[in-house]
Design a protein around this ligand. Structure first.
Ligand SMILES: *Cc1c(COP(=O)(O)O)cnc(C)c1O
Length: 416
């Protein structure tokens, strides 16, 4: 046995979260799944809860709504207390991340009349940039796009330099989707507040992976998805966070009946509730909501501190193997080396990363490819073992040694 394999076994044996792997459906125990940050695995409890929810629909019919009507808030409270470390009543499940981003960004701009600039960065996730671009365009505002190093993440100094009395909103990702670089939420939120702007964080790659200092940073707003590290399944609804003292003052742009006070009075004029439910729009997705409930409960049970710690250890182990085995083949790290500055994934660069990712899939390892020429390895702490990291990187070394990737097409497929 090599030293690295022995080390993986020792780390697995000492892992306080090791038992959580059994809480997931593992259809093929030989498959090394390193893509949990694109689509998390299916928790066993979610499969059972969804079967039950469907039966409840069959038997309860319309009366099911007595329970379903508060589900978005209930799940929001589990996310608030068990995942995001904020207060009940500050988080709501609704819509998709893209739509929530639009709702909160528009509400923020309305709350800063006269200011005409939105700040984001050029490495923010595409949907974030497009939504903000559309919003700025529709309102005759300027979208100020900051330059970010795609491997090391947003620099706080760059954000500070971009702020002035014209900025209404700063919208950034906390964990960068490509490199996993963690932005300094404390310092950047502070700078935005100092300039009189509102601060909106995208937590898609943070929620369920790292600690998010939302409360400590005093950040105003956040959005995030649930199908990545929260394991809620394809297309599961997203969440939004609005700090409690801001809720009554912000008005979202989509005036739907699920935000209305005494909704079933069917009142003539829109009069939104004061609580976080005012950011709801229409009928919530109940089946997806139950999937988020189970996923969020699992993370809450494991404890986000322990999840983040294991994520950092998995990343450090992956980087040690990459240094030893892959650097000689021209593969280099494209993430911050410091665990404190990295989220739940590790990204590697090689000019033939697309072909390498296909060769890995053929070898029973599922990574993610991200343009330009990056291999993203998601190391979801709840079900990834150190031995999986060993197996995944050993397979990658084998691909490089045998040049197996050269047999795969250079052209990208539609979904990467
Ligand atoms: C995955 C992801 C999204 C996805 O948005 P959807 O509306 O769910 O498609 C948005 N932002 C970031 C940073 C992401 O990583």
């Amino acid at each position: 046995m090599t030293d690295y394999l022995r080390q993986a076994r020792d780390l697995d044996a000492a892992d306080p979260l090791a038992g959580f792997r059994d809480r997931f459906v593992i259809a093929d125990d030989h498959l090394v799944y390193l893509d949990g940050n694109s689509l998390g695995r299916l928790p066993v409890s979610t499969r059972d809860r969804l079967h039950r929810a469907i039966d409840e629909w069959g038997t309860d019919l319309i009366q099911g709504w007595e329970r379903w009507i508060t589900l978005s808030r209930e799940v929001g409270d589990v996310l608030a207390t068990g995942v995001l470390d904020v207060s009940p009543g500050e988080v709501l499940l609704s819509d998709s991340t893209s739509v929530n981003l639009y709702k909160l960004a528009a509400a923020a701009c309305d709350a800063r009349p006269g200011r005409r600039v939105i700040v984001t960065d050029d490495d923010n996730f595409p949907t974030d940039r497009y939504v903000l671009e559309g919003l700025a365009d529709a309102r005759g505002m300027e979208l100020r796009v900051l330059k970010t190093d795609i491997d090391l993440g947003i620099s706080t100094a760059t954000v500070r330099e971009a702020l002035d009395g014209d900025v209404a909103l700063v919208a950034l990702s906390h964990v960068a989707y490509r490199s996993g670089a963690v932005a300094d939420m404390m310092a950047i939120s502070d700078a935005a507040r100092g300039a009189g702007a509102l601060m909106l964080w995208d937590l898609c790659h943070s929620a369920g992976a790292v600690r998010v200092p939302l409360r400590a940073s005093g950040a105003d707003l956040a959005v995030g998805c649930t199908y990545k590290h929260l394991n809620a399944g394809p297309g599961a609804p997203a969440f939004l966070y609005v700090r409690s003292d801001l809720q009554a003052a912000l008005r979202q742009p989509i005036w739907g009946w699920f935000g209305q006070r005494n909704q079933f009075d069917m009142g003539v004029a829109y009069d939104p509730v004061e609580s976080v439910e005012r950011f709801q729009v229409g009928t919530p997705p109940v089946l997806g909501g139950y999937a988020v409930l189970e996923g969020a409960r699992l993370t809450a049970e494991a404890g986000i501190g322990r999840v983040a710690e294991k994520g950092a250890a998995l990343g450090a182990y992956a980087i040690a193997l990459a240094d030893a085995w892959l650097a000689p083949h021209g593969i280099r790290l494209a993430s911050p080396r410091d665990s404190a500055r990295r989220g739940g994934h590790v990204t590697l660069y090689h000019p033939r990363a697309w072909q390498i990712s296909q060769a890995l899939r053929a070898a029973g390892v599922v990574p993610d490819f991200r343009t330009p020429d990056r291999l993203r390895l998601g190391l979801a702490p709840l079900y990834t073992r150190f031995q999986d990291v060993y197996a995944g990187l050993a397979a990658l070394r084998e691909v490089m040694e045998t040049e197996a990737h050269l047999r795969f097409p250079e052209r990208h497929s539609r979904v990467t």
